[in-house]
Design a binder for this molecule. Structure first.
Ligand SMILES: [Mg+2]
Length: 385
């Protein structure tokens, strides 16, 4: 069965009806989060002041009998030509030969770089191919990976409305760190007060993590980690600029006692293999929509599992793609559930995609419908303009 069409599409998803009134706006709207641009005063207050406004779309892959699969495509306005380039070589290829197609895509993107933007396009095509395979074989994607490895997935909540996540039943929480090197000693003290308050809210029987979103350097990370040691962070995440490889080695040497996690802005399996080889982190966090898709995540998990290292996908619980991978993968013990919806509104009402399941009491089981279980009708799909 060969690929007959591979294209970027828009999907008119039904409007979500939020019936429950919010208690107050989500933390995500206004909270300051330390980031790589925090040193520039004009954009320091909020990430939305500098992040690109490129919208998301989808990749649709179709095969000879008309069966189709979908993957989400970030940064669609700049990536439509890359998908077109990939399509020029993938149309006519056997749709079930996913390892071959993933290998082709990494090599096809070589002249303009396989990491960064191109990797988002490769991921979208790869996920569409797995969705297609599931539909052709009438199996959920996790069954294509061998079947469930766990009864249900333990989820942690990301965001700063911690009391709301606790009420929802979560037992593990990750905060977005507000301050960084630009805020000096005062910022370290305010970060400590922020983490102390969260620890007080969740108590000693829950896990607490801190996401540092590429905002720090080695020295700042060490100073902050030492200040936060009394609060027993399960891990500190993405403290450094992802390309600073020497920095990762230096940080490991200076913080042997602190569990470190990173990887959401690493692309292809190569940096993960490097991290395993050099022992720089304890937990790898690829993003299945960014690093190359399910095929690349499988490859990373195989290497990590062999090395005794965990893979906890970035945002894995908020997409059916990450849910299916985690459900089937022994090296992936947890899922991340980013909560940007307002406190008071049930997660079911805030869910983004039809067919996507949401955690209950901090646990999640993916849909058992074919592919990734997306309940999207063909009528809703249009060419991307
Ligand atoms: Mg993160």
């Amino acid at each position: 069965m060969n690929i007959t069409e591979l294209r970027v599409v828009s999907i008119d998803l039904p409007r979500r009806e939020v019936r429950t009134p919010q208690r107050h706006p989500s933390w995500a709207l206004e909270a300051e989060v330390a980031n790589p641009m925090s040193r520039y005063a004009k954009v320091k207050r909020h990430r939305s002041l500098w992040l690109p406004k490129w919208e998301s779309a989808w990749v649709k892959v179709t095969t000879e009998d008309g069966t189709w699969g979908l993957g989400t495509l970030n940064f669609a306005p700049v990536l439509a030509p890359v998908v077109e380039h990939l399509a020029s070589q993938l149309v006519g290829e056997p749709c079930l030969a996913i390892d071959k197609l993933a290998d082709m895509m990494v090599r096809l993107t070589k002249p303009y770089g396989s990491t960064g933007l191109a990797s988002y396009a490769v991921s979208a095509v790869d996920l569409a191919l797995w969705d297609l395979k599931g539909k052709l074989l009438e199996q959920p994607a996790y069954s294509l990976l061998g079947g469930p490895q766990k009864d249900r997935i333990f989820c942690y909540a990301t965001g700063n409305d911690v009391d709301w996540y606790k009420e929802l039943g979560f037992r593990a929480f990750k905060l977005a760190c507000p301050y960084g090197p630009a805020d000096g000693l005062d910022g370290i003290q305010r970060n400590e007060a922020f983490v102390a308050e969260a620890r007080e809210t969740i108590g000693d029987e829950a896990e607490l993590m801190l996401d540092c979103w590429m905002a720090f350097d080695v020295d700042y990370t060490v100073r902050l980690a030492e200040a936060l040691r009394p609060y027993r962070l399960r891990w500190m995440e993405e403290c450094l600029i992802p390309e600073d490889l020497d920095g990762h080695i230096a940080l490991r040497a200076r913080l042997p006692w602190q569990t470190l996690a990173t990887g959401e802005h690493w692309y292809t399996s190569v940096p993960f293999q490097w991290a395993l080889h050099h022992g720089v982190v304890d937990i790898l966090q690829p993003d299945i929509n960014w690093c190359g898709g399910l095929t690349t995540c499988r490859r990373i998990a195989a290497a990590a599992g062999a090395a005794g290292i965990s893979v906890i996908l970035h945002g894995g619980g908020v997409t059916p793609f990450g849910q299916h991978f985690t459900y089937a993968t022994p090296a992936a013990p947890w899922c991340e559930v980013f909560v940007g919806s307002p406190p008071g509104v049930p997660l079911e009402e805030a869910a983004r995609l039809p067919g996507q399941t949401v955690p209950r009491d901090g646990w999640l089981v993916p849909s058992d419908a074919p592919g990734f279980g997306l309940e999207i009708l063909e009528d809703w799909i249009h060419p991307y303009l």
